[in-house]
Design a protein around this ligand. Structure first.
Ligand code: C5P
Length: 285
């Protein structure tokens, strides 16, 4: 028996850091949405007590460092399952890009195991398991457009964001989320105005213009300081006529939004000379 799951990438329309918490994490408010750039995972249960993960990207670890591996191990331990699982990941989402690739794969794995091993877990139970793997996994369990808060565990679906094209530019830079959060000084937040509630209201009002005016990411300043080239990509996208431009997650992917396909395609073509990986995607519900 084979079980196939589609695992879409996420983008951040906003990422507000409210404050640093006692537990060392940051209290966040974010608007996230799914796009049609996706990994595909094929699961095959096996009798032997083994976890085997294969991918089409040779540089990706397939051992305990892989989120899919972690999700299977967690479920096997919690439910005392002594058979195994073989997983093939067809990876299309850029890695370490701020697009939640590892988290969406982990969420797809929890969905698949819930079905294959008849665990009968409801959404809250799946979210709890997901949170043990990473703070972006709970959102990925739900997908669509959502208001996400806390460390990432509170996921409240909202109206789908207005349909548009998203150009994604991911230069050859690897960013560690942990390092970026660590480098964020509370002082840098003093002049930062949280935008998530404004963007939520714009989405509820189906007001695309207002939404793109308030795209925002509190981590941009930190990631741009370390990689000034990203600022150049952002400015280029604005100059080329994108309606709004922001960074996704802790970066380095820069997102440009447009309702006009030919403009988005033109920007996509222009950026390909400057940036290693460039994609054009649609928002999905
Ligand atoms: O959960 P995940 O492994 O994606 O988080 C990576 C790191 O980002 C955490 O170890 C933590 O340092 C930081 N983080 C944070 N506040 C959050 C989420 C993540 O400080 N709300």
């Amino acid at each position: 028996m084979e079980w196939i799951e589609r695992a879409p990438a996420k983008i951040n329309l906003t990422l507000d850091v409210l404050y640093k918490r006692e537990d060392g994490y940051h209290e966040l408010e974010m608007i996230m949405s799914s796009i049609d750039l996706a990994d595909h995972l094929t699961f095959t249960p096996i009798e032997e007590n083994r976890i085997e993960v294969y991918t089409n990207k040779a540089f990706l670890p397939v051992d305990k460092r892989n989120h899919v591996h972690q999700a299977i191990r967690l479920v096997k331990e919690q439910f005392q399952i002594d058979s195994g699982m073989l997983v093939e990941i067809d990876k299309q989402i850029p890695v370490a890009a701020g697009l939640g690739g590892g988290s969406t794969d982990a969420a797809a794995t929890l969905r698949a195991l819930n079905g294959i091993w008849d665990l009968n877990l409801n959404r809250e139970e799946l979210i709890d398991l997901g949170m043990q793997i990473g703070t972006d996994v709970p959102y990925s369990m739900v997908g669509g457009t959502a208001f996400v808060s806390g460390r990432g565990e509170n996921v409240r679906p909202i109206k789908p964001m207005p349909a548009c094209w998203v150009v994604l530019a991911k230069p050859k830079i690897s960013v560690s989320t942990k390092t970026i959060f660590k480098a964020l000084e509370v002082a840098q937040l003093e002049n930062y105005e949280p935008q998530s509630r404004i963007v939520e209201a714009a989405i509820e009002a189906e007001d695309y213009e207002e939404m793109v005016r308030h795209l925002s990411n509190a981590l941009e300043v930190v990631t741009f300081q370390r990689h000034p080239y990203l600022k150049n990509i952002k400015e280029r996208m604005i100059r080329y006529g994108m309606d709004g431009v922001t960074m996704s997650g802790s970066g380095p992917t820069i997102l440009g939004f447009s309702r006009n396909y030919s403009r988005a395609k033109r920007v996509y073509n222009s950026l390909r000379g400057f940036c290693e990986e460039v994609y054009i995607a649609r928002t999905i519900k």
